[in-house]
Write a protein of this length. Sequence first.
Lengths: 380, 83, 216
Amino acid sequence: MGNSYIAGDNIITSLGFSTIENFQNLLKGNTGIKVGLYPYLYPEKFPASLVNKDFVRENAIELKIDKDYTLFEQLLILSITDSLRDISINVKSPETLIILSTTKGNIDLLSNNPKGFADHRVHLWSSAYEIGKYFKTAHTPLVVSNACISGVVALNTADRLIKQGKFENVIIAGCDVLSEFIVSGFQSFLSLSKDVCQPFDKDRSGLSLGEGAATVILTSDKTKAKKPFIQIESGSGSNDANHISGPSRTGEGLYIAINDVLKGSKEIDYISAHGTATPFNDDMESIALDRHKLNNIPVNSYKGYIGHTMGAAGVIESIFCFESMRNNMLINSYGFENPGTVKEINVINKTESAQLKTILKTASGFGGSNAAILFRKMND
Amino acid sequence: MDDLINKLKVEIIEVLNLEDLDLDDIETDAPLFNEGLGLDSIDALELIVLMEKEYGIKIDDPKKGKEIFYSVKTMAEFITKNQ
Amino acid sequence: MMNGFSNNYIISRFAIIRKGRVECNEGVFDFPDEDDGAKFLKSIYKQLKIDYPKFYKMDRLCKLAFLTADYLFKDKNLLKKYQPEEVAMLFANYNSYIDIDIKHNTSIANKDKYFPKPAVFVYTLPNIMLGELSIRHLLRGENVFFISEKFDTSFIFDYTVNLLDTTRHKACVIGWVDYMEKDFESALFFIENASKNKQGLLLTEENLDRKFNTFV
């Protein structure tokens, strides 16, 4: 069984078009969530983290992908392209696979199709085919669509394929774009906050939606890996078997997933939680962490900075974990002021330096799904 | 009030997809959630949509739903009071 | 024909619903009303004498998955051998759930009658069927849902074997469940270690492919 190393990455969100730009904004304590009226999304004001569409357009024109691809596909292409820059991974090689992670892909085509794309383009496998064609990949990209844990599941799947020896490189790209379809759905759940979301806070009132894309390049070839070497140690998942839209009150699924990756070890330096800021999710996470006696490990949520980016969340937030390790910085959990979860956890309330070697990332989603993944920084 | 109660029962069956039930199977005073029909959180949200769509009453705070949707009777009383 | 590096696993049970028929370990069962998806699903539900009120809340895709799984787990002893967290689910489909996507989209099309329904929106994620099956059969293993044009036998076979070889999981439900307007099909397979069940078809890529294509 080999190892899988991070060779490259990219993030595109309201906070910028590269990993570094995004992380710099986290360090400065800037949120990309803005309360505003976005009529194309919803008839009333609400908080959202939106990608700069003008910038996307400019870059798309430059890459000549402005006409034949949807916004969703353009973001993926831009993100993957940036992540491949300056590294020697051959995207066309049969040793390379792309895995996409998304919840709704091109769903907006159902009501907005000004470019006149064919009906089948609404399907996720169709986007996968287009992305594969653009990069001239040897294999059609896989698509993981597993609600909000998709990103972590995609990373885990990639890790397993590499360790199995099936591929030398796997490019994991996650993306979701906000649309009326998505916003109206979350509104019907009355789960959106009125202002910027407040994960783990006692006054939290719901989630803030975001959009974005991110790419992680995993490789088994250490010579192509980015320094400092960061590995995926292991990943796991579990279903609560409780309710399709509400998390288990005992955090059952998350407990099992964390148990599987930690295997009794408490040597974690920091936990990047899902932290959507809904009353139930954050409570459930605190219960699962408490059951593992991880109450004192520094924990945060990135969703106060970039919102809940759904299919992209697991990938974006994992890259934030990598940057935290690269810079040895714990990032303040934006939006958090006063503890408000049913079990006490150690929410990071100040950005400060810390030696970070091992990070646990968790995610939970509709359908009772839960996933956990462990990242480790190796010495050179 | 009786007409409203019967109308509500029909609407509840339709909106919550309680396909094998008819009017007589829903007791006016029986609790709708936990026991009784065993409705859940999504059902509660659907009833909130029903209130707005059929009766023009907007409920912004899902927590208020617990009292309003306790039984068909409390729903009818709420509608009568707020229309 | 053997594929892969390890073949201790068997397809001990299967259930396939296609073209108005159900085929499982117990045999083939025909159902009328195959053209009307809703009626078809309801007649299977009645036939199986299931008492599960939540069935009616499900969208058709989940109902299809649910019923197919009830045939798969007709043998009540099957899951007794495993802890809930030891049984994984590895599913895929073509359409995600486009029918319900259209339904949700329609509910927001008219700005004067703008009533998106949470009970519809929740089903716009294809992995919800995994949630429904988890609840019904108490399965707490890992879930993965892929979207692909076809059932990728080779990939699913490899992934399943690797999952069973290297993780906590001791059994896996492989599934392809798809529903679009009048076309629907579902195929579920229960994979476990050969030592746990003397009967069953050896899990090979070829056998899985052959079983999947039963009465296609």
